[in-house]
Design a binder for this molecule. Structure first.
Ligand code: GLN
Length: 193
């Protein structure tokens, strides 16, 4: 039986996520935007895009409750970039709407306006060879609550760019935009745990 992975399809690069996830064997990735669709999933991805827009739409369509429920059931949820911002409890100098499920503090557009986007190779805890990472107006994680069980999986120039708290995963970069599926596979392995 394939694992059903929902990709929140309100705004942002959900199509790229769906295509990338569908390349992994045993996965059926699909766009989700209703409570019923979310309830059918074994795992959920919140894509990159614009975190204020995604947050507003999530609230407007009442999707925060079913997503919180998923998290409480222990189903894996992965936020990339804007998705990471929406997952965070604290956002530096912002009162924008958020799910606030992860005990992390994120800073938006953290690499400066001049450096709109860049690529680099990252050492990722639990993955052997470096992972090529694409950053686009990326946030970073300024602080994590270690006592709360947040595990730092990758940093770039001392900035945290990949971390995990139980069934929740947050990446500042976009693994859906490269050909490498190891981060997707890592996330999918969280379903089995
Ligand atoms: N800067 C965007 C935000 O704050 C995130 C960018 C992205 O998702 N690529 O929402």
């Amino acid at each position: 039986m394939s694992k059903i992975v929902g990709v929140l399809a309100l705004q942002g690069d959900f199509k790229e996520h769906i295509e990338a996830l569908n390349e992994v064997e045993g996965v059926e990735a699909r766009p989700v935007k209703t409570k019923e669709q979310i309830a059918q999933c074994d795992a959920l991805v919140i894509p990159g895009g614009e975190s204020t827009t995604i947050g507003k739409l999530m609230e407007r369509f009442g999707l925060d409750e079913p997503i919180r429920e998923m998290a409480a059931q222990g189903k894996p949820i992965w936020g990339t970039c804007a998705g990471m911002i929406v997952l965070a409890k604290e956002i530096v100098e912002s009162d924008q709407w958020r799910l606030g499920l992860m005990d992390i503090t994120v800073e938006r557009n953290a690499f400066g306006r001049q450096v709109d986007s860049f690529e680099t190779d990252l050492d990722v805890k639990g993955i052997d060879e470096p992972v090529h990472a694409i950053f686009i107006r990326a946030p970073y994680v300024r602080e994590v609550c270690e006592e709360c069980g947040v595990d730092v999986l990758a940093t770039f120039e001392d900035k945290i760019v990949l971390c995990r708290q139980g069934n929740l995963l947050a990446s500042a970069f976009h693994p859906e935009l490269t050909d490498d599926r190891r981060i997707q596979e890592y996330f999918l392995s969280m379903i089995e745990e």
